[in-house]
Design a protein around this ligand. Structure first.
Ligand SMILES: Nc1ncnc2c1ncn2[C@@H]1O[C@H](COP(=O)(O)OP(=O)(O)O)[C@@H](O)[C@H]1O
Ligand SMILES: [Mg+2]
Length: 478
């Protein structure tokens, strides 16, 4: 539909003009015609020629139609009035359509703005959802796929020192090959050296580049800034004859700032995870060392003392050494218990299954609760997996004993497909969901989770109020 008809409809021009006709009095006729003379508004078009006064209607400087007013009689007076009216009305219609155009333009702009905000919102959610730097980089590039002009893109990360930037991710068909070709050519280094964002259009006219990347027409470089420091950059390429405009750069910079923050967070998360793992490893080494020393030195000494005392008792023929010997025996017993907690010797010798059976047996005796253990028979996994699964079982069992008020505990260690599944269940009060969310807790839950991650496993803990808690770790067999 043409502009004049659309404006006539939205502005209810038919109503307005009819009212004017009535106001002018009997016999006055008003009509609006398009540039071909077809009637847009007005039932009876007033005849052209000297009987009617006409005025063109312009929109955006273009004539879109004519307004005509015919008086009831062709007197000097009525013709002068008609001319004056037609001018006034025509200018009024033009003003109205201009406002209408403004309104439409504003609405379109607001819609664009809304779309952009919605896209940014989506991008923020998506970027915040990944915790691995590579995933964040890939997700950032995917955000640009909606920009029709961008065909290939890459994220680069500066490392400390003078090392060349590392490419974290690429997007687009054969993008990896394209960027691999561009990197040695030094072009990217040149463009990104000064850390200023910018656009280079008409790349295909550059003969040096035409040989390497004949499909590259326009290029945009945007710095990834986190806390004011450039941590890398984003390269976006479009095929000719596309050109990047300032608005593209602006949008890319906004997305890049969200991406940089997400990237930084993912890296902090990875660093935190690495640190937690280092601490756990150091802790295990220290426990092993302590256990060995206690066993080899103290344990052997205590045993020697006990034997010596027994000999003395025999030699002295009934001297009252029994209480001392009993004391030493009790100390040896305590030491064994401490050693079993620090690092059960059986974990190394017989493996995880038998160790868990023995451990649950001792625990049942100590806490007076039935603890059943179902353990599949399978080849021993690597030491690391055995150690972490043992620690997780140990913590889960202790939590059940200390926090659940259960009447019964169950442990199972099973093979399902190519996975080991460890499960510890109790029939107690059911863990508080706030503890599961990490809002209230000690270190136990987070350490179990961290250990599961160290062996590439998943950790879940589920509580049902009044019906117990289940901890499960599923870890792949190597
Ligand atoms: N099996 C369970 N039944 C009920 N509550 C539990 C259970 N396991 C853990 N919890 C709750 O979760 C909290 C956090 O456990 P954890 O991180 O191991 O810390 P800690 O054992 O040092 O309190 C516990 O304080 C307890 O409130
Ligand atoms: Mg605990």
């Amino acid at each position: 539909m043409d502009l004049l008809r659309r404006a006539a409809r939205t502005l209810l021009l038919a109503d307005h003009l009819q009212r004017m006709e009535t106001a002018l009095g009997e016999g006055w006729r008003i009509a609006l015609t398009d540039t071909h003379g077809a009637v847009v508004v007005g039932e009876r078009p007033p005849a052209a020629g000297p009987v009617a006064a006409t005025s063109p209607i312009r929109m955006d400087g273009v004539t879109v139609g004519d307004l005509r007013i015919a008086p009831p009689a062709e007197t000097t007076e009525t013709m002068a009035a008609a001319r004056s009216w037609v001018e006034t009305l025509a200018r009024m219609i033009e003003a109205l359509t201009a406002t209408e155009q403004v309104r439409r333009a504003v609405t379109a702009e607001a819609l664009d703005g809304y779309r952009e905000i919605a896209q940014l919102h989506r991008a923020t959610l998506e970027l915040g959802a990944s915790l691995r730097a590579d995933d964040v980089a890939a997700c950032l590039l995917a955000q640009f796929s909606g920009l029709s002009r961008v065909r290939w893109s890459a994220v680069y990360r500066h490392d400390d020192g003078d090392a060349p930037p590392r490419r974290l991710a690429t997007y687009g068909e054969d993008a990896a090959a394209l960027f691999s070709a561009l990197e040695p050519a030094g072009l990217l280094a040149l463009l990104t050296a000064d850390g200023v964002d910018g656009i280079v259009n008409d790349l295909h006219r550059d003969p040096r580049l035409a040989a390497i990347a004949p499909h590259a027409g326009a290029l945009m470089v945007v710095t990834l800034r986190s806390h004011g420091t450039g941590i890398g950059y984003l390269v976006l390429l479009a095929p000719p004859p596309s050109r990047f405009e300032a608005a593209d750069l602006h949008r890319a910079e906004t997305l890049a700032s969200i991406g940089a923050a997400a990237l930084h967070n993912a890296e902090l998360f990875a660093a935190r995870e690495a640190l937690a793992q280092q601490i756990l490893t150091a802790q295990e080494e220290e426990r092993g060392r302590l256990a060995r020393e206690l066993h080899d030195d103290m344990g052997q000494n205590l045993l020697a003392i006990k034997l010596h005392l027994q000999q003395v008792q025999l030699d002295l023929d009934g001297a009252p050494l029994s209480p001392v010997i009993d004391g030493v025996s009790a100390t040896i017993h305590d030491l064994r218990r401490i050693l079993a907690g620090l690092l059960p010797a059986s974990l190394q010798s017989t493996g995880l299954g038998p160790t868990l059976k023995g451990y649950t047996h001792t625990l049942a005796e100590r806490c007076g609760l039935p603890v059943t253990a179902t353990v599949d028979d399978f080849d021993r996994p690597p030491r690391e997996i055995e150690l972490h699964l043992f620690r997780i079982a140990q913590e889960a069992l202790h939590n059940a004993v200390n926090h659940s008020g259960a009447r019964q505990l169950r442990l199972s260690l099973q093979i399902k497909g190519r996975h080991i599944v460890l499960r510890v269940e109790d029939d107690g009060r059911g863990i508080d969901p706030r503890a599961v969310r990490g809002e209230i807790s000690g270190m136990g839950l987070s350490t179990m989770e961290e250990r599961a991650r160290m062996i590439h496993g998943t950790f879940t803990i589920q509580g049902h109020p009044g019906r117990g808690t289940a901890v499960e770790v599923v870890t792949p067999l190597p």
